[in-house]
Design a binder for this molecule. Structure first.
Ligand SMILES: Cc1cc2nc3c(=O)[nH]c(=O)nc-3n(C[C@H](O)[C@H](O)[C@H](O)COP(=O)(O)OP(=O)(O)OC[C@H]3O[C@@H](n4cnc5c(N)ncnc54)[C@H](O)[C@@H]3O)c2cc1C
Length: 413
């Protein structure tokens, strides 16, 4: 690179890194983005299922070629195969082509002036007197150090740099291994509904999914905390009493594996000369593993706070701490609530999950969710829906089962 002393360095050319870079570059800050892979968005490991509200909140009007489908709702299958369906009258979510989405955000940042260095892995953060002063980059066998006033860590959930530099990192006990395949076709699936499969036998501590695309192909995946994700996916695709029938004629056209952090946000996301965004900060919904919208909302705040720091020429923790207070105000409550829900869900046996799904159907909870549910801000929408008798009954039943299971688990130990 020509300039070895840059204003701001972004580690990682994923969506969160590019959005933060774009926000800064637009306001005249010299930004360099280092991405370890040769091509932005490749390899892609994500289902790209995001809420339309979330994209609107971010002001992102995406070109059509990025959008693989529009989704009206979800069909949940309990472990014994009971079905619970939530369907809106208009689309609520979109399925994005993650490679094209990442490239789109990177192009916005580049057009605003950010410089991208692909095939460039940041090896470590440089620091002096507890202030992050730049990074060390390894490229094509060679290495170089690049100085900066501010580093934005958007390295995703590996969080290697943070760990090495002694910062707080993800709760590894809550990281699940995800696997996803693309299949060429699928039978007997409503083209505008995602399918979610619950149960210990196929996706312990998480769920399996089928996400149809509008060309008739689909993304099929799952995550698990234990065992081999590939074995679980094979079992799901061939043995699951409902899914295997839908997938019997499907040919796999692509496979990816990647971890998802479900343990809630890391305790501190700023330091002297440092901000941490996206999966690196675990700004991920613990219920669904979705990290795009919340990560981008936080990355946008990071860009704004970083710009203020440049205006003041003050990159101290004190100034940068505003990032954390701002993002926690925006998504903190919902992240905390979803972490609690995830922990409770993980305690439920298959029988209990069956009972809860059964109850949701009997009490027609779908009618409440269809009106008031929010795919992103689930914590807040749960509180909004709580006065409804159906929501209250199911929530109490859920809490009760989770408490009993927790008590039984403790007694077994
Ligand atoms: C199977 C699967 C399905 C998912 N489905 C969804 C979904 O449907 N909806 C949703 O909202 N979320 C989903 N997610 C989560 C979503 O993919 C992440 O939350 C999102 O990608 C986070 O963006 P990010 O920019 O923080 O990190 P990433 O997208 O992981 O980007 C980080 C980038 O940093 C680069 N990098 C890492 N270390 C270095 C380094 N040292 N030097 C240089 N570059 C580096 C990486 O190569 C990568 O390109 C899914 C995740 C998985 C695994």
């Amino acid at each position: 690179m020509d300039n070895k002393n840059i204003d701001a360095i972004v580690v990682g050319g994923g969506p969160c890194g590019s959005l933060a870079a774009w926000k800064l570059a637009k306001r005249g800050i010299d930004v360099a983005v280092f991405e370890e892979h040769k091509e932005i968005g490749v390899p892609s490991h994500c289902a790209g299922h995001v809420s339309i509200n979330g994209l609107e909140r971010l002001g992102l009007r995406l070109p059509h070629k990025i959008i693989e489908n529009e989704i009206y709702g979800a069909v949940f299958y309990s472990p014994s195969g009971l079905k619970f369906r939530i369907q809106r009258a208009s689309p609520v979510t979109r399925v994005l082509n993650r490679e094209l989405f990442d490239k789109y955000l990177a192009t916005l940042a580049e057009k605003a002036g950010a410089q991208y260095f692909t095939g460039s892995r940041v090896k470590s953060l440089l620091s002096k007197a507890k202030l992050v002063t730049g990074v060390s980059v390894g490229r094509k066998g060679a290495g170089e150090t690049v100085a900066s006033n501010l580093v934005i860590d958007a390295e995703g959930c590996s969080s290697r740099l943070l760990k090495e530099a002694g910062f707080h990192t993800l709760d590894r006990s809550m990281v699940v291994n995800a696997i996803q395949v693309e299949v060429d076709k699928i039978d007997d699936v409503d083209k505008n509904m995602v399918e979610v499969y619950l149960g210990q036998e196929y996706a312990p501590s998480f769920f399996a999914w089928i996400i149809p695309k509008n060309d008739g192909s689909a993304k099929v995946g799952l995550a698990t905390r234990i065992g081999n994700a590939r074995d679980y996916l094979e079992r799901f695709m061939h043995k699951h009493r409902v899914a295997s029938r839908k997938l019997r004629r499907s040919k796999i056209t692509g496979l990816s594996m990647h971890p998802i952090s479900l343990g809630g946000a890391i305790p501190k996301t700023y330091g002297n000369g440092l901000l941490v965004v996206g999966d690196a900060a675990s700004q991920v919904k613990s219920t669904t593993g979705g990290g795009i919208i919340f990560g981008l909302l936080c990355a946008r705040i990071a860009g704004e706070v970083a710009y203020e720091a440049f205006e003041k020429r003050d990159f101290s923790e004190k100034t940068l701490s505003r990032y954390e207070s701002q993002w926690r105000k925006t998504v903190g409550f919902d992240l905390t609530m979803m972490l609690r829900l995830r922990k409770m869900l993980n305690r439920l046996s298959d029988d209990e999950l069956d009972k809860i799904i059964n109850m949701c159907t009997k009490l027609q909870l779908n009618t409440v969710l269809e009106k008031a549910g929010d795919a992103d801000f689930m914590g807040r929408s749960l509180f909004r829906m709580l006065p409804n008798p159906a929501t209250l009954t199911v929530t109490l039943c859920f809490f009760f089962h989770s408490l009993v299971s927790n008590h039984q688990l403790k007694q077994q130990r």
